[in-house]
Design a binder for this molecule. Structure first.
Ligand code: CMP
Length: 146
């Protein structure tokens, strides 16, 4: 089966002009872009997306940050071999202080609450997040492989 993951450029990444760089890294690696949208997510979408973190002290701030509209989110679905795991490797550690050079977070940020991007952390999360962000008909495009 084709492996797919959900990758998002969060508002700080869009604000800082890093969308093209992040897309470029996945393209050059050889992954295939099969879903792409720019949006200010609803509070409901953000809460569902981060449902696992609902008990955390930073949850309300995280949801506000994602949804306040100061900058939008770019949501993407990428397809290819081991893309769930390798996508996380390319993003770098969630806490940018621990992210290595050559990773997106390791190259561009230092603060966990402003870590530029998100990637699904498991097959289950990928399935849930793709459905949540790209659940509408035709929003993920099956196109021919190389
Ligand atoms: P992300 O990869 O989107 O997954 C969960 C997000 O929660 C994470 O990136 C951070 O943006 C945010 N997060 C995790 N831990 C903290 C924290 N201690 N303080 C603020 N935000 C956090």
């Amino acid at each position: 089966a084709k492996e797919r993951t959900f990758i998002a450029v969060k508002p700080d990444g869009v604000q800082r002009g890093l969308v093209s760089d992040i897309i470029s890294r996945f393209e050059r690696r050889g992954y295939k872009l099969v879903g792409l949208k720019l949006l200010v997510p609803s509070v409901g979408l953000a809460k569902e997306h981060y449902a696992d973190l609902s008990s955390k002290p930073f949850f309300a701030g995280l949801v506000d940050y994602m949804t306040n509209g100061k900058a939008p989110v770019v949501g993407m679905v990428w397809e290819g071999p081991a893309v769930i795991k390798q996508g996380r490797v390319m993003l770098g550690a969630t806490d940018p202080k621990a992210a290595g050079p050559g990773t997106i977070r390791g190259d561009y940020c230092l603060t966990i609450g402003r870590n530029i991007c998100h990637g699904s952390d498991s097959a289950e999360s990928a399935q849930k997040e793709i459905e949540l962000w790209f659940g509408g008909r035709g929003e993920v495009v099956d196109w021919a492989s190389n």
